[in-house]
Design a protein around this ligand. Structure first.
Ligand code: ZN
Ligand code: ZN
Length: 141
């Protein structure tokens, strides 16, 4: 039985709920994720889109295109700017949830660092996590 994940943005306008089991969790250090978060990386847990829902408010999105041509729709709250949910055009079955938006951010249990190529000198990574130069294997198509 999956534990229900709840969370939302900083101003409270947006709330979400996810009842499915998390699929994978990672920290992505690519430049686009740095811009999305205003920090060194996005801590993202992928959950099934079928069991994820916005229960309050509306998410706005902007689009970035990865180096592999994959389109990424980065959701945020238009009032406070908090990152909320990310959709990948090539993986419509998942939604990426930024750990900081979770009511309990310890739900995020990353297993790998992505785009370590773009890690900033002031960004300290957990040595125990698998290091991947750019894309994870399943997204390198
Ligand atoms: Zn907000
Ligand atoms: Zn990234």
């Amino acid at each position: 039985m999956a534990e229900t994940l709840t969370g939302g943005c900083g101003c409270g306008a947006i709330r979400y709920e996810s009842t499915g089991d998390p699929i994978v969790a990672f920290n992505c250090h690519c430049r686009a994720c740095q811009q999305y978060t205003g920090s060194g990386f996005v801590a993202s847990t992928l959950v099934p889109s079928a069991t994820f829902k916005i229960v309050k408010g509306a998410v706005r999105e902007y689009k970035t295109t990865g180096e592999n041509g994959g389109e990424i729709f980065r959701g945020f709250c238009e009032n406070c700017g908090s990152p909320i949910a990310t959709r990948l055009a090539r993986l419509p079955q998942v939604v990426g949830i930024p750990a900081g938006s979770m009511d309990d951010p310890s739900y995020h249990k990353p297993t790998m660092d992505l785009f370590v190529r773009d890690v900033q000198p002031w960004d300290c990574m957990n040595a125990a996590l698998k290091k991947i130069e750019t894309f994870p294997p399943q997204r390198s198509d």
